[in-house]
Design a protein around this ligand. Structure first.
Ligand SMILES: [Zn+2]
Length: 277
């Protein structure tokens, strides 16, 4: 599943590929992707509009149109965008096809079909369900040490659980939550309200550091939308994590064996020595 840094890379790739292009027609092959809007209504509303901006709020991709509307897309598990020429054949699971004015097609494919697409008025965007609930963007001023302190103080959950709650702390999925906690030297099972002020500061810094590192990445983390076979988020971002998926291996810092605990289908990785309770 793509995490926030990967979504940011998709947005940047889309910006390079389709910014300024006009949508001539929209073809939806999977009505539930855009429900309750019908495929014909979506086509009517999109037809003729130009892509005036590409942005992101949390893991929602925002395709801004000069009509004052925004196409809001969530990739969920397996959603992908591709930009294909008229010679490329349509890949399997291509649920939405947008015909562009340069003879290319912007294609949304999604094997697992959990992706979502909504066309909303720009003025209504911040009040849209799913977006209105989101915590501040991790690099915005609103995500301050003070904000994190208050948020953690109000909860009796474990850090691991709270850090994955996008309405409290935005941007961390399973991988980056584990990496941020390791970087901050904090045990994932600690109750959030029991964290000292100094550790909250360290965690705040660690969250920004892991996300910044993942977003800046290297050139191999650039997503190529023009490969008709698609791409894998895993491959594109394949790298060695400090703790994630390193169960039983030696900690890079202290040499202790990395541990893993599975709860609710999600694995937590941590170093028992660097991240004592
Ligand atoms: Zn260690």
């Amino acid at each position: 599943m793509p995490e926030l840094p990967e979504v940011e890379h998709v947005v940047r790739a889309l910006r390079r590929a389709v910014l300024g292009r006009q949508i001539l027609a929209a073809e939806i092959h999977l009505p539930k992707l855009i429900a309750p809007t019908s495929p014909s209504a979506l086509n009517r509303k999109l037809k003729g509009s130009r892509i005036s901006g590409l942005g992101r709020r949390g893991k929602f991709i925002l395709i801004e149109l000069d009509s004052g509307r925004v196409l809001v897309v969530h990739l969920r598990m397996t959603g992908q965008f591709l930009v294909l020429t008229s010679d490329d054949s349509l890949p399997p699971h291509a649920h939405a096809v947008f015909y562009l004015d340069d003879e290319r097609r912007l294609v949304f494919r999604d094997q697992r079909q959990f992706g979502v697409m909504r066309l909303v008025a720009n003025s209504r965007l911040s009040k849209t369900k799913g977006i209105i609930e989101l915590a501040p963007e991790p690099f915005s001023e609103d995500f301050s040490v003070g904000y994190l302190k208050e948020t953690l103080a109000r909860s009796r959950r474990t850090l691991k659980t709270l850090l994955l709650d996008q309405t409290k702390v935005l941007g961390l999925g399973n991988i980056y939550a584990a990496e941020a906690l390791f970087r901050a030297g904090i045990n994932p099972f600690k109750i959030t309200s029991e964290l000292s002020a100094r550790r909250v500061e360290r965690l705040h810094q660690a969250i920004r550091d892991v996300l910044r590192a993942a977003i800046s990445g290297n050139s191999t983390s650039r997503i190529n939308l023009e490969n008709p076979n698609g791409f894998s988020y895993g491959e594109a971002f394949g790298k060695v994590w400090q703790v994630y998926e390193r169960e039983g291996q030696a900690c890079f810092k202290c040499g202790a064996r990395i541990r893993r605990l599975t709860h609710g289908g999600r694995s937590t990785y941590w170093c028992p020595r660097c991240q004592r309770r």
